[in-house]
Write a protein that binds this ligand. Structure first.
Ligand code: ZN
Length: 248
């Protein structure tokens, strides 16, 4: 692997991470993600191009707005770095293929979903509906259209049934996210995602219950678990399936 390819992927990853921050900040409020141009959330000063260089402008400005000196959340550069790392992971697994492009788009969607769900407890339709369409469209060059369609219908359908039975215990956003995951990863990927998400969600739930001795029932947001699991499934579903079947 040559350095140039890594530099390109890291740069593209950071830029898409910056775009992901815009999605996370604006989409839950129903705002446009293209206009108005980026501004400081405190003083609303419009940011110059030099203020928008991922990670570096944060470091250069020492985490403060150039105009009002208000401190900028460390999460902005972290999301940018995280996005670059996710892109590298996809590239290391899938190389120079359409699957890598698909995986990078999938990563942005999952990253945005996870943080929006953590912040607001919702998963916007404006993220999931395009996600389903993009996943299905790209599937012609990746896992094949029918496997993607079956994944969408099976995982979406399963989660819809769970949401229906649990009567609000699982949100409609999770159902649509499952459909997105099905479109990008197919049946196998969906199965691995569900397994990992339930497993990690259950462990997290037990920890929360142990820490939270008040006995107050706080609903666990399932979106972030689905998102992390889906990314792992996109990379390693086949390996995990073979390992799992080997257990029996
Ligand atoms: Zn400011």
């Amino acid at each position: 692997m040559d350095t140039a390819a890594y530099l390109i992927i890291i740069t593209v990853g950071l830029l898409f991470g910056s775009f992901t921050n815009v999605i996370i900040a604006r989409m839950p409020a129903g705002e446009s993600i293209v206009s108005p141009p980026s501004h400081c959330p405190y003083c609303h000063e419009r940011l110059k191009a030099v203020d928008l260089v991922p990670v570096f402008s944060y470091l250069f400005l020492r985490g403060r707005c150039r105009y009002c000196q208000e401190s900028i959340s460390l999460r902005y550069p972290l999301v940018e770095i995280l996005c670059a790392l996710l892109f590298i992971g996809v590239y290391l697994r899938w190389g120079l293929t359409i699957t890598t492009i698909s995986g990078c788009i999938f990563s942005v969607i999952l990253l945005a979903v996870a943080f929006i769900d953590i912040d607001h407890g919702i998963i916007p339709d404006r993220l999931t509906y395009p996600g389903i369409i993009i996943g299905l469209a790209l599937s012609f060059w990746t896992l094949g259209f029918l496997p993607a369609l079956y994944g969408t219908l099976a995982f979406g359908g399963l989660m819809f049934t769970v949401a229906f039975i649990s009567n609000g215990g699982m949100g409609g956003g999770d159902v649509k996210l499952a459909a997105v995951i099905g479109a990008f990863t197919g049946i196998t990927g969906s199965a691995v995602t569900l397994l990992l998400a339930c497993f990690s969600g259950a462990i997290f739930g037990v920890i929360i219950m142990a820490v939270n001795k008040t006995g107050r029932k706080t609903p666990i947001k399932f979106g972030p678990f689905l998102a992390v699991s889906a990314y792992i499934a996109f990379l390693f579903a086949d390996t995990i399936t073979l390992w799992y079947l080997g257990l029996f």
